[in-house]
Ligand binder design. Structure first.
Ligand code: H2B
Length: 101
């Protein structure tokens, strides 16, 4: 099981170099995505939902038509942990070559 210990801001900034598109915003990892349609946005969310279940790590997110906003933190730890970094990288892997930007 991956560690759920809080990372320092410095550790987070270093880790985010391997997770392009994600920023540190108000104590959470943040990314906004645009898809050409609601169906494509929701398809991405469905794929990510399976990742969330397999990691037992769940995003805070919202969706309006083709826009998806994702915020990541580890509630049990009260901050950002390696689980959030892993989640961000998995989301990026799913987006690679797909319709979302
Ligand atoms: N997701 C997130 N983002 N943070 C958590 O601390 C967390 C979670 N904890 N998913 C898990 C579920 C925990 O509540 C259960 C009991 O394993």
């Amino acid at each position: 099981m991956m560690k759920r210990e809080r990372l320092s801001d410095q550790e987070i900034m270093t880790a985010l170099k391997d997770a392009p598109g994600w920023t540190l915003h108000a104590g959470k990892l943040h990314r906004e995505l645009r898809f050409p349609s609601f169906v494509e946005a929701f398809g991405f969310m469905s794929s990510i939902a399976l990742v969330a279940e397999s990691l037992n790590h769940h995003p805070e997110w919202s969706n309006v038509y083709g826009k998806v906003i994702i915020e990541l933190s580890t509630h049990d730890a009260g901050g950002i942990t390696a689980m959030d970094i892993e989640f961000a990288k998995r989301a990026n892997a799913l987006l690679r070559g797909g319709p979302g930007t």
